[in-house]
Design a protein around this ligand. Structure first.
Ligand SMILES: [Zn+2]
Length: 444
């Protein structure tokens, strides 16, 4: 019976590593050939390093190809507007435009061809099946619709899965709660920050999680769902089982999701090649070592990325999962952004580590922010973690507890500032955790 089967696509999801890698090599060769033939951007890049598509015979040969960076894509689109010469498919094949959010500069235009839409819908249906969505579920799609990649892809996938969908998008929090009651959504998709916000409002409206039929939530667009304290808060607040989800504009939406074993996010490795690269040496990391994810499109038709430098930090585990799936996993999900690294008194840490500590205290709200400033006398960088204490009386008790927690996790003690509950901004999209107020340094 279709409803009861364990895998969405048993053949693809459980094929042996050897079979999977053979499939990847076949697809990689085809992709490199078409990029070299039909894209001046890639031809120039490959020629610069003296590599031709036929020189890539195995996955190990991939290291000879250059990386593609976001800055490079931006420059390319400026020089060859509007889409750049890395657009390989002809205009008649184009179906949708999905630019990056533009949080770190001018948005990069990414195209989906009709074939890409088909593939994306199919793998999104697979990832949703992986975390437990089944035909008959009522899906409340709290991912933003429109230009952002996740709203549309999960919408298409819900249809492919035979689910009833509430296409609400990332807004109207009160109505999100109304729909959780009636028709009674069973699956919620949104960012983890927004899930916490919905849980907070649910509580304020005096509705118990047991009184709504919601059973599963899948949270992406930013890290957090795999931070134990955050996951616990979402699960308790909404009375659900929460899973992590990952995608990015240049590569595609929903390209990795947790399975019921929750041992990291499984990548859709039949469509993508994953590498983890050391940030400084640009060499491949050892198994288990944290590095920057570099992703190659195996099947993307319109704007294929060859060795795209994502700036996202993760590890990669290729061992077969307990769930039976053979596709590689990133344990703990995305561990941070390479450019979000904070260096304070020689110690390096990421906002996700601060989140882990802040959310482990029930006396604090889920919101926090990290302020970077310049010491007016010394000219050195200062870092302040701003948190909300639910009760003012708890501030003196919480200060040393939080300080010790942060010191243990981040190996350094930032300043701590307490503000009253509801002071920090709530978000329906991605939370902005770092406020950089440092004085700009002049040229050396
Ligand atoms: Zn698994």
């Amino acid at each position: 019976m279709k409803k009861m089967r364990k895998y969405f696509d048993v053949e693809i999801e459980t094929m042996s590593r050897d079979q999977l890698e053979a499939l990847q090599v076949r697809r990689l060769k085809t992709q490199l050939k078409r990029c070299y033939q039909d894209s001046e951007f890639y031809k120039e890049k490959f020629k610069k390093v003296g590599v031709k598509p036929e020189d890539v015979r195995s996955l190990d040969d991939l290291v000879h190809l250059p990386f593609v960076t976001k800055t490079e894509l931006r420059d390319e689109q400026l020089a060859f507007p509007p889409f750049g010469r890395h657009t390989v498919a002809p205009p008649e094949a184009w179906a949708e435009l999905h630019p990056s959010s533009g949080t770190t500069g001018a948005p990069v235009n990414n195209l989906w061809s009709f074939e890409d839409v088909k593939n994306i819908s199919n793998w999104t249906a697979r990832t949703m099946w992986t975390f437990g969505v089944r035909p008959g579920d009522i899906i409340q799609n709290g991912f933003s619709y429109g230009l952002w990649v996740a709203g549309m892809s999960t919408h298409y996938a819900a249809r492919e899965l035979g689910c009833f969908i509430v296409p609400i998008g990332a807004s109207m929090t009160e109505r999100q709660i109304d729909y959780l009651i009636n028709p009674g959504s069973t699956v919620l998709l949104c960012t983890p920050s927004y899930a916490l916000h919905i849980a907070e409002r649910l509580k304020q409206r005096g509705i118990s999680p047991e009184d709504i039929p919601l059973r599963i939530g899948c949270f992406g667009g930013e890290g957090g769902a795999e931070v134990p304290a955050t996951r616990e808060k979402i699960e308790k607040g909404l009375g659900i089982e929460a899973f992590d989800y990952f995608g990015l504009a240049e590569i595609g939406p929903t390209v990795a999701s947790e399975c019921p074993e929750k041992r990291g996010i499984h990548w859709v490795e039949d469509h993508l090649l994953l590498e983890v690269i050391q940030q400084e040496t640009k060499k491949p990391c050892e198994p288990g070592e944290i590095g920057v994810l570099v992703i190659t499109h195996l099947t993307k038709e319109a704007t294929p990325m060859i060795r795209y430098w994502t700036n996202d930090l993760a590890t990669l585990d290729k061992a077969k999962c307990k769930c039976g799936r053979t596709h590689a996993r990133s344990v703990g999900g995305i561990l941070g952004r390479a450019d979000d690294m904070i260096i304070l008194k020689g110690a390096k840490f990421y906002p996700v580590q601060v989140e882990k500590v802040v959310r482990s205290f029930c006396e604090l709200s889920d919101e926090f922010c990290i302020e970077l400033t310049t010491d007016p006398e010394m000219g050195t960088d200062m870092c302040t973690v701003v948190v909300e204490c639910l009760k003012e009386d708890d501030v003196s008790k919480m200060r040393p507890l939080l300080r010790n927690g942060l010191k243990e996790e981040c190996q350094v003690t930032p300043e701590i500032k307490f503000v009253p509950f509801n002071t920090l901004e709530r978000t329906t999209f991605k939370a902005k955790r770092i406020m950089d107020k440092r004085q700009k340094k002049g040229p050396d």
